[in-house]
Ligand binder design. Structure first.
Ligand code: PPS
Length: 382
């Protein structure tokens, strides 16, 4: 009896000593890190770099935990937000919201706008987006968003909210709740490629704010249509061939413009609808082709358009030979290289060259009209 009580006391006191030791260690680590940061006022020293690295690791763990709480929390599920739209394959990169790069090393310290704002994670407030990537489906919208998220002044929702097309009845408060928290001066963004072809979207976005900046990633409409078809085929292998879906009547060569894969590529027509609500200067067109051949160049234009410092440059990218696409040397919130997932950059099926030519002829006048409207030559008809 006595023995067992002594054992109980022993384990209790051992527990207390362990807690005290852990607390002491945490205090000493924090003091050490603070000391390291203090002794390096301007130029980074190896000691400081190591301290910052340690902080980075600590933060990264904490970030991941918080991120999971934010994104996978019951709140989003309650709203049905986590449910994936019917026609989209699950894409791991769309399920995580990653907050902007380091509070310690980059934005806050280097940017005068955030000088002295070394705020704890989770500070800030949720705001309605000031900029949207509205399209086009299969244009390269995911690549653009992932690249933009590297910028410390951009915070973006990872998944596609589909607010202005499918979820509008949920109201603006619902929409705002989906947004990540931002500090003053940071831009909130989201991407939903179907907005570009949604008749009601321009009026709805304008009702939210007439100042919303709009970004459209456009790609050769023929390749875009094949990419769209490839995505559907990957989910429904039994669908008819691309060639048969393209025509209303193959003998007459009449194109089926009601097929969404064809319809989406008539950019000039969709743009007309947007211009009823937004001036051209508020819409930026990104070339999907150049986003692959010169990502830094296109990102430069986007950063200018958003009024941001050109922080994302050539240095952030490398060409991954296996993937066949540019990838990030360091993903946002991580120190590892990052390429987009398997659903981006799929191999397309071979399409009958005659059908491809017929589609090229079909799109040519619409493309020319689009070049005129935007003042940019995209070179799809060369
Ligand atoms: N860096 C990089 N890595 C991988 N893929 C890239 C990249 N840049 C652009 N792309 C092209 O993006 C195409 C997919 O476009 P989206 O992201 O807009 O598709 S979606 O509408 O969100 O489903 C995708 O189309 P497919 O090649 O047909 O799969 C890619 O060609």
């Amino acid at each position: 009896m006595a023995f067992s009580r002594i054992r109980k006391l022993d384990s209790a006191s051992r527990g207390m000593s362990r807690t005290a030791a852990v607390m002491l260690c945490s205090c000493l680590t924090s003091l050490f890190l603070l000391h390291c940061l203090r002794i390096s006022s301007s130029s980074p020293t190896p000691l400081r770099a190591r301290a910052v690295g340690l902080l980075e690791n600590l933060r990264s763990l904490r970030t991941r935990r918080l991120v999971q709480e934010w994104t996978l929390g019951s709140q989003l599920e309650r709203y049905g937000y986590a449910r994936r739209p019917r026609d989209e394959a699950p894409q791991p990169e769309e399920t995580l919201i990653l907050p902007p790069l380091d509070l310690v090393t980059s934005g806050r310290v280097s940017s005068p706008r955030f000088a002295g704002k070394l705020s704890p994670l989770g500070e800030g407030s949720k705001k309605l987006p000031q900029a949207l990537i509205i399209g086009v489906k299969k244009g390269g919208t995911r690549a653009l968003l992932e690249f933009l998220r590297v910028h410390p002044d951009i915070r973006a929702v990872g998944a596609e909210p589909h607010f202005f097309d499918r979820n509008y009845d949920n109201g603006l408060e619902w929409y705002r709740e989906l947004m990540p928290k931002t500090l003053e001066g940071q831009i909130t963004m989201e991407k939903t490629p179907s907005y570009f072809v949604t008749r009601e979207a321009p009026a709805r976005i304008s009702a939210m704010s007439r100042d919303t900046k709009l970004i459209v990633v456009v790609r050769d409409p023929v390749t875009r249509a094949i990419s769209d078809y490839t995505q559907t085929l990957s989910k429904k292998p039994d669908i008819p061939s691309f060639e048969s879906l393209t025509f209303k009547n193959r003998t007459t060569g009449l194109i089926d413009t009601s097929w969404s894969a064809i319809q989406i590529g008539i950019y000039a027509k969709h743009l007309d609808n947007w211009l009823q609500y937004f001036p051209m200067g508020q819409i930026l067109f990104v070339s999907g082709e150049r986003l692959i051949s010169d990502p830094a160049g296109e990102l430069g234009r986007v950063q200018d358009f958003l009024g941001l410092k050109r922080i994302i440059t050539d240095k952030h990218f490398y060409f991954n030979q296996t993937k066949g696409f540019p990838c990030l040397k360091k993903a946002e919130g991580s120190s590892k290289p990052h390429c987009l997932g398997k659903t981006k950059g799929r191999t397309h099926p071979n399409i009958d060259p005659e059908v491809v030519q017929r589609l090229r002829d079909f799109y040519r006048p619409f493309n020319l009209k689009f070049y005129q409207m935007t003042g940019r030559f995209f070179g799809w008809d060369e």
